[in-house]
Design a protein around this ligand. Structure first.
Ligand SMILES: *[C@@H]1O[C@H](CO)[C@@H](O)[C@H](O)[C@H]1NC(C)=O
Ligand SMILES: *[C@@H]1O[C@H](CO)[C@@H](O)[C@H](O)[C@H]1NC(C)=O
Ligand SMILES: *[C@@H]1O[C@H](CO)[C@@H](O)[C@H](O)[C@H]1NC(C)=O
Ligand SMILES: *[C@@H]1O[C@H](CO)[C@@H](O)[C@H](O)[C@H]1NC(C)=O
Ligand SMILES: *[C@@H]1O[C@H](CO)[C@@H](O)[C@H](O)[C@H]1NC(C)=O
Ligand SMILES: *[C@@H]1O[C@H](CO)[C@@H](O)[C@H](O)[C@H]1NC(C)=O
Ligand SMILES: [Zn+2]
Length: 614
């Protein structure tokens, strides 16, 4: 669920309309300069991404050294160029487009670090990624079989095993295999990230990351959205806990947080796989899609072709020949790779790839659509100058492929509800996790959470927002945040929360264009809309995607939806029938809403030590 973007410089040549001769003169010079930079940076970005790909798709020391060397070289060029950029009085430029590009150039990112520190910074991240990507644990049933990796083995056990002890084993051992090995590296990473941010005139790296959203009120908006969505989350939470108690008994308490290892996913961030025994209408259970895909002999390539077919049906673009030649769509067995799925733009307007260790499961089927959504975005904005070849904000980029899975066909009410419930187990359940990941990191970067409380503060947030608890006591000898890819790989996460909200706004707008949804017509509710084959919907989406980041995201949002802000009303409308059903069901069951304090503790000391008295 990741995409790779590189900070680069570029230029769009425009006829200017300035009147002040001196400014006009400077703007003319600026255009020339940027034209030159654009060409140069397209080439250097391509070189850099190729080296990054070589490492991520083949983890060796040599490929790491090469990647670090290329990155040092490119950083040096960026720094020199940046010094030239800042000599311009770009804040006074009359052409907003030119000014916006300069503004983007004026942030140098981590390349602002002195050479040795930059090298160290990138090495640390690569090292943590390697620990994460190559970690192996032993089989619960056979302690001499010790080659289980996250993808595919652990993911699959979490999704399908209903043996509480096995789930607990996998949950704990994965964290033992990654967390403690990353702790010291992570501390150093935090210091360097903050130092780089300060060199870019931010107070710390949290401020740097939030700058992507160009909105001083952003954090408050996110909190407001969460407050609106929380009541729906509480209903799902209460219902699932009730069902889990029926299944697992006293391991799940009646009123406490839910043990995180029982929710079908390593991070309890999506719970769809527990729908197997929590479905509202179990008798109406469809053949599950995973078995269906296997029965129909789906391959990884066929899954991606199916995704492509959907995009083509709404008049988005087919994948170029080189996509199929160069992408890695199944896990190779002759080398270690970073299996975490990602989409790659090589900045030459032709070369776009996906790397995914695809399994023939519903989860991977959805991920394939997600990743291809990134590539569709890359292709739509490829003719923008390089600084604008990004999403309107990072959340928009994450939303494109996810849209597709929101379409569903008309069906009888019980099937509709079953389906909505399963989508809710992905989309609603994810929200508190998508929020707390960066609540934790913002506080870490701001120094509000210090290294001696990393893990316990993490669990405070997990409990407060998600209402989940670890299956056993934790301590500061553990470092559970590192068991999640985006933490070790330094990928900001609030983008996914944003995506999960705005994708419903986009979906609603597209459904209206497709003539499939009408707020005043009860026969066309939002949750029954399907945009498949609607070129009206696709063309509208395309227009927004083509903007890249050339306009602030509020404008991109307005172009598609007619509104300028993030808004929870679309997602709430979509899930309205589910919310009603859950409220009714929870009341019938006498299910407790919310959660009392966890009985699991996190001790603020290394494992084995006595708790520190404070
Ligand atoms: C992996 O990288 C090494 C260099 O470290 C290279 O010799 C090898 O051929 C690469 N393997 C593949 C499959 O590309
Ligand atoms: C346990 O795993 C080892 C190593 O893979 C294998 O040789 C052995 O046959 C396995 N034992 C059982 C009982 O499956
Ligand atoms: C940060 O601010 C200083 C002082 O205003 C300025 O000289 C420097 O160029 C700025 N650096 C960046 C990366 O904007
Ligand atoms: C899938 O493959 C099996 C074995 O090759 C074959 O018998 C079956 O007919 C195939 N099913 C479909 C739907 O193509
Ligand atoms: C599909 O998109 C292309 C431009 O990308 C446009 O020229 C064409 O008219 C669109 N087709 C339909 C049926 O809207
Ligand atoms: C967890 O810690 C609490 C408080 O220290 C203790 O009472 C409890 O026995 C511990 N549980 C386990 C399983 O160690
Ligand atoms: Zn993604």
């Amino acid at each position: 669920m990741d995409l790779v973007l590189v900070l680069v410089l570029g230029l769009l040549v425009h006829a200017g309309g300035a009147t002040d001769p001196e400014i006009e003169d400077e703007e003319l010079r600026a255009r020339d300069f940027l034209q030159f930079l654009n060409k140069k940076n397209e080439e250097s970005s391509n070189r850099l991404v190729l080296a990054e790909w070589a490492y991520a798709s083949n983890i060796t020391e040599q490929n790491l050294q090469n990647k670090l060397a290329v990155s040092a070289e490119v950083a040096k060029e960026h720094k020199k160029d940046w010094e030239e950029v800042t000599k311009f009085n770009w804040n006074t430029f009359s052409d907003p487009d030119l000014k916006r590009q300069f503004k983007k150039y004026s942030k140098l990112g981590s390349d602002a670090l002195p050479e040795a520190k930059l090298n160290r910074y990138q090495k640390i991240i690569s090292e943590m990624e390697k620990i994460y990507s190559t970690a192996k644990i032993c089989d619960f049933h056979n302690s001499s079989k010790c080659d289980l990796s996250l993808e595919p083995h652990l993911t699959q056990i979490l999704a399908t095993s209903r043996n509480e002890e096995e789930l607990r084993h996998v949950w704990v051992e994965w964290r033992n295999a990654v967390g403690p090995h990353c702790k010291v590296l992570f501390e150093e990473y935090v210091d360097l990230a903050n130092e780089a941010a300060r060199l870019n005139n931010f107070t710390n790296n949290a401020e740097n990351w939030l700058d992507n959203y160009e909105d001083a009120q952003f954090r408050g908006q996110i909190e407001g959205l969460w407050e609106q969505l929380k009541p729906l989350y509480l209903q799902i939470h209460a219902y699932v806990r009730f069902k889990l108690r029926e299944k697992y008994g006293e391991v799940v308490s009646e009123k406490g947080p839910i043990p995180a290892h029982l929710l079908g996913n390593m991070w309890a961030q999506k719970w769809r796989t527990v729908s197997e025994f929590t479905l509202p209408y179990p008798d109406k259970k469809d053949e599950d899609i995973t078995s269906e895909l296997k029965k129909q002999n789906y391959t990884a390539v066929k899954i991606f072709q199916t995704a492509e077919d959907f995009f083509k049906s709404i008049n988005l673009t087919e994948m170029p020949e080189t996509f199929w030649e160069r992408s890695i769509l199944t896990k190779p067995n002759d080398r270690e790779i970073v299996c975490h799925a990602s989409a790659w733009d090589f900045y030459d307007r032709k070369d776009f790839r996906i790397k995914q260790c695809t399994q023939i499961t519903l989860e991977h089927f959805i991920t394939a659509h997600h990743e291809m959504g990134h590539v569709e975005y890359f292709i739509q904005y490829k003719n923008q100058p390089i600084p604008f070849r990004e999403g309107a904000n990072s959340g928009f980029h994450e939303a494109v492929g996810d849209l597709i899975a929101l379409s569903s066909e008309k069906d009888d009410p019980e099937n509709v509800l079953n389906n909505l419930f399963q989508i809710g187990l992905d989309k609603i359940v994810f929200l508190p996790f998508g929020y707390l990941m960066d609540l934790w990191r913002w506080d870490v970067f701001e120094g509000k959470i210090t290294p001696d409380e990393y893990n316990c503060k993490w669990w405070e947030l997990r409990e407060k927002y998600q209402g989940v608890e670890p299956p056993l006591n934790r301590s500061e000898g553990d470092f559970d945040p590192a068991a999640k890819y985006h933490i070790v790989a330094s990928v900001p996460y609030i983008r996914y929360f944003v995506s999960f909200v705005v994708q419903f706004q986009f979906h609603k707008a597209l459904c209206e264009k497709a003539g499939q949804y009408d707020p005043n017509d009860p026969s066309k509710p939002l949750h029954e809309c399907d945009i498949y084959q609607s070129t009206e919907a696709g063309n509208a989406l395309k227009k927004m995607l083509q903007l890249g980041s050339s306009k602030p995201w509020h404008e991109a949002m307005e172009l598609l939806t007619g509104h300028k802000t993030m808004d929870a009303s679309a997602i709430l409308e979509y899930f309205k029938p589910l919310q009603k059903w859950l409220e009714n069901e929870n009341q019938k069951n006498g299910a407790f809403i919310g959660w009392e304090k966890s009985t699991k503790v996190c001790v603020n000391s290394q494992k084995g030590e006595k708790p520190k008295s404070k």
